[in-house]
Design a binder for this molecule. Structure first.
Ligand SMILES: Cc1ncc(COP(=O)(O)O)c(C=O)c1O
Length: 304
């Protein structure tokens, strides 16, 4: 981690290295936090945050699902995000807003403690980043079942969801794969450990519905809108493991992953084991959109 600029903590910008919390912070013990992952891109017209409004909306939705009382408004958080990026001097970065039950009373009940909010950003350059962006990821169907909304709100981007996701990710990596694909309790495909998933068969693009238990990804929505704006369509339907093995193309979407190709699932090659033409075209369209080169989607960019 390259420490650059400052981190916003409850309204104050503090030096990166001083952005610390007490070891008895509630969220550290009980996973009582929600967060966001946002990107700022260095476009030819200047640095711009991608879909800021939608990320801030999801941040507040996540907090609401956990009955967390935010001491800041959406407007305050949006301007704090822009201020943090500006102060960092970074032209391109990843931004991490976090709301968590802080230090105060210890014990399971979180509500006596204040909800602290922080915003950090750090350097993030476009490129291969995670395995599979250009070369194609090898994915393992996880033996860990995706937790679902019978246990906790899955529409929240909340820390407690990620112990399940991290187990799946680690299992995949330890078995020589790049990423995990998670199934739900009904055996239907949900998503990757931190990405949504799309399957292409006979030129039909399909993705699991929200009811499968996935996070409503902002990149997922962006990609669907890009496809539709270009005259195509996406079918939302429950996907089986068979659909993965018989797919012509598979790609994953996420703020970090952007649009990344999947070329192998378990020991089965996807299509000809190379990035497919639809995935490639979408990667290009998505890059044009985030870089402000597609006028139709300029409203998705908030320039710093
Ligand atoms: C579990 C999960 N699914 C999907 C996504 C993709 O969401 P987004 O496109 O909003 O980054 C993420 C990443 O935030 C995630 O953690």
């Amino acid at each position: 981690m390259k420490e650059t600029g400052k981190i916003w903590m409850n309204g104050k910008l503090v030096p990166f290295k001083d952005a610390k919390v007490h070891v008895l912070t509630h969220a550290l013990h009980y996973s009582t936090s929600v967060f966001e992952g946002i990107r700022c891109y260095n476009t030819p017209k200047g640095s711009a945050v991608f879909r800021l409004q939608e990320h801030v909306d999801r941040f507040f939705k996540s907090a609401k699902l956990y009955s967390m009382k935010m001491q800041f408004s959406k407007k305050e958080i949006s301007s704090a995000i822009l201020k943090t990026v500006k102060t960092s001097g970074l032209k391109e970065c990843y931004i991490r807003p976090l709301a968590y039950y802080g230090y105060g009373t210890m014990g399971l009940t979180p509500t006596q403690n204040k909800v602290d909010v922080s915003i950090a950003c750090w350097e993030w350059t476009m490129g291969e980043g995670k395995a599979g962006k250009f070369s194609g990821a090898k994915c393992k169907v996880s033996s860990w079942i995706k937790i679902d909304s019978r246990s906790q709100p899955m529409q929240a981007k909340a820390a407690p969801n990620y112990s399940n996701a991290a187990l799946a990710r680690v299992e995949a990596l330890e078995n020589g794969y790049d990423e995990a694909i998670m199934l739900n309790f009904q055996g239907k495909v949900v998503e990757g450990s931190a990405e949504n998933i799309f399957v292409v068969k006979d030129d039909i693009i399909q993705t699991p519905p929200l009811s499968a238990g996935l996070l409503e990804g902002i990149t997922r929505d962006s990609v669907i809108q890009i496809i539709e704006e270009n005259g195509g369509f996406v079918i939302e339907r429950d996907l089986d493991r068979d659909d993965l093995y018989s797919a012509d193309e598979i790609f994953m979407t996420g703020t970090a992953a952007e649009v990344k190709s999947v070329t192998q699932v378990d020991k089965v090659k996807v299509g000809n084991a190379k990035m497919g033409k639809i995935t490639k075209a979408l990667q290009k369209s998505f890059t044009n959109v985030v870089m402000g080169k597609d006028e139709r989607f300029l409203p998705w960019l908030t320039f710093i």
